[in-house]
Design a protein around this ligand. Structure first.
Ligand code: ATP
Length: 317
């Protein structure tokens, strides 16, 4: 019996980047939020002769070999739990690739949870979180999802309570950006001492974002949005700045690039308002999504299989 998993994208409502650590990673302070835009994975175990991992994905920019985070998640799960049955995974990408929306990380988290369910090990959350941390900085968040404050390299998470929710327009121009390049350019442009002098100010702004989100106060949330990486990517890709400015000029309470970009999101008070804001960037080449914040990172669907089209709708309740 296959398990179908929805792997939700994440946005950063706040992202302050601190000093680069000796291991090459940066200290972060972030407010992460799952959104309804998602990939769909069908995961099955076969106990017969079959290839070790049968992985299908038709998206041209997604590697189908060991470089795929789904492959790495399956391998890590097998090693951790000492299992080895052939696994079949079909991945239907709804999240744009290399966008700053954590698509690969969401898929890895979904694969871990689907396997955990298939092997009837729902109690092993601590071990799954540890595995997730080894797979990538955003995978621990994707495993839990919802709204969380993230510290360290993104692995130290504090889940925050459910909130009234926000509508969003997400715009993604053609092509991705290299996360490593964006961080390297930020270090060149803005060296941060090992003490991270700006941390206190970042904490205050993040607290304001958390409060605004909890109160459903869109203008206050818009004021608190922040991303240290935006200045770098907006310099590399001027259309990213253009999109953000167009959203704001069209009346969005806030607009910001997510992660290292180039995806840009705008806050909206309703689905209708999100539709109006979307019109502001229609002239720019790229993809547009209307979506909402959601309270989890992965949703397992254990019922009857539905058509791919149905489950790809990007605006869940
Ligand atoms: P990051 O900031 O970690 O680069 P992102 O959210 O910007 O993440 P992803 O959509 O995760 O971007 O893709 C980054 C790269 O990871 C892609 O260029 C692709 O080669 C590779 N990749 C590996 N596994 C996946 C996957 N399951 N889905 C999408 N891309 C994947």
């Amino acid at each position: 019996m296959p398990v179908r998993a929805r792997a939700y994208a994440k946005i950063n409502l706040f992202l302050a980047v601190g000093p680069r650590r000796p291991d090459g990673y940066h200290e972060l302070l972030s407010l992460m939020q799952s959104v309804g835009l998602h990939d769909t994975l069908d995961v099955t175990l076969a106990r017969t002769e079959a290839p070790s991992i049968h992985f299908r994905c038709t998206h041209p920019d997604v590697p189908r070999d060991e470089r795929n985070l789904v492959h790495r998640a399956v391998a890590a799960f097998r090693e951790e739990f000492g299992v080895g049955d052939p696994v079949s995974v079909t991945l239907d990408k709804g999240i744009p690739v290399a966008a700053g929306l954590a698509g690969g990380s969401a898929d890895a988290a979904a694969a871990l949870l689907a396997l955990s369910h298939l092997y009837d090990r729902p109690g092993d959350n601590g071990r799954l979180a540890e595995l997730a941390g080894r797979l990538g900085a955003d995978v621990p968040f994707c495993l839990v999802g919802g709204t969380a404050r993230a510290e360290g390299t993104g692995e130290r998470l504090t889940s925050l309570p459910a909130h009234p929710g926000v509508w969003l327009v997400v715009w993604k121009p053609p092509g991705g950006v290299s996360t490593a390049e964006v961080y390297a350019r930020l270090d060149e442009a803005r060296p941060v001492g090992p003490e991270w002098a700006g941390r206190e100010a970042a904490e205050a702004r993040l607290a304001a974002a958390v409060e605004a989100l909890a109160a459903g106060d869109l203008p206050a949330l818009g004021q608190a949005l922040y991303n240290d990486l935006a200045q770098v990517t907006e310099h590399l890709r001027p259309e990213v700045r253009e999109a953000r400015e167009r959203f704001l000029a069209a009346g969005a309470a806030g607009a910001l690039m997510s992660g290292s970009g180039p995806a840009v999101f705008a806050l909206a008070g309703s689905e209708a308002e999100a539709g109006e804001l979307a019109a502001a960037v229609r002239g720019l080449p790229g993809e547009l999504f209307l979506t909402r914040t959601v309270g989890r990172g992965v949703q397992l669907d254990l019922g009857v299989r539905r058509s791919q089209k149905e489950t790809r709708a990007s605006s869940p309740k």
